[in-house]
Design a protein around this ligand. Structure first.
Ligand code: ADP
Ligand code: MG
Length: 252
């Protein structure tokens, strides 16, 4: 059974059909990417799966559980994480405090109030925070105030906050947007580490095609809310429908 599956997932905004009967399946441990021109529905698909938006029609199952109608925090508790946008960062807290807050929130959800009475609770959270900051290479900046970080570090802190909740499946929406080549490279090696060492499943939306073709096991292509192509990178690269979607009919 696939870890995540959508069946005829449809999302309308007024008269606009942003997702049109989307059927995708993600297996445990793989990295799938979602590509498509601007406005093709990529963020809407992530937001619908993670409970930020309610689908108009269709099904979503994660590890056999029906996600439709569940709240974002309930979906997060099942092990579905996302690398949030900057809004999830507390600017006045330090880097490590930001990660601790997220880790505490997750522990609170999974172990209930008793968690806070356990003497080793804080140690566990600290340990997890340190591990995450090392992985993400922010350990040297752990005591810096979040708002003082350069842009690329802020984006990686968002990933760290997403990881703190201990997800099995992680959604990343354009994690390298606005990053320098060096920062992009660091993010790519981080993604590899999450896959290989942490055994995570990753669902990536990314505009950088070099990154996409480099890291993906499989790629889904969206165009006007529909999946127009799916397959391994080498197939997608040469797919005429994909080229046409990106060229936007300019060829004619
Ligand atoms: P992508 O992430 O691929 O660029 P989006 O999922 O953001 O595309 O948007 C898909 C379509 O849905 C676009 O036409 C966009 O304008 C529209 N859309 C996205 N979010 C909303 C919203 N909250 N309300 C109305 N329309 C939206
Ligand atoms: Mg988007």
């Amino acid at each position: 059974m696939a870890l995540l599956e959508t069946r005829d997932l449809t999302k309308e905004f007024g008269g606009l059909r942003a997702l049109d009967r989307v059927n995708i399946a993600v297996e445990r441990g793989e990295l799938v990417s979602l590509i498509g021109p601007n406005g093709s529905g990529k963020s809407t698909l992530i937001n619908t799966i993670t409970g930020m938006l309610e689908p108009t029609a269709g099904d979503i199952t994660y590890a056999g559980t029906d996600l439709v109608g569940m709240k974002p925090f309930e979906i997060a508790q099942l092990g579905v994480g996302r690398s949030f946008q900057t809004a999830s960062i507390f600017p006045e807290l330090t880097v490590s405090e930001n990660v601790e807050v997220a880790a505490f929130a997750a522990e609170h959800d999974s172990f209930s109030v008793n968690f806070f009475r356990r003497r080793d609770a804080y140690d566990e959270v600290r340990e997890r925070t340190d591990h995450i900051l090392e992985t993400i290479e922010l350990d040297a900046k752990a005591e810096e105030t979040a708002e003082a970080l350069p842009y690329g570090d802020k984006r990686r802190l968002e990933v760290a906050i997403g990881l703190a909740t201990g997800p099995d499946l992680m959604f990343m929406d354009e994690p390298t947007a606005g990053m320098s080549p060096g920062e992009t490279e660091m993010t790519v090696s981080l993604i590899r580490e999450l896959l290989e060492d942490w055994g995570m499943t990753i669902f990536l939306v990314e505009h950088d095609m070099d990154v996409i073709f480099d890291v993906s096991d499989r790629i889904f292509t969206l165009h006007e809310g529909q999946v127009i192509a799916r397959g391994p990178p080498e197939e997608i690269r040469d797919d005429p429908a994909v080229r046409e979607a990106y060229l936007g009919g300019e060829e004619a």
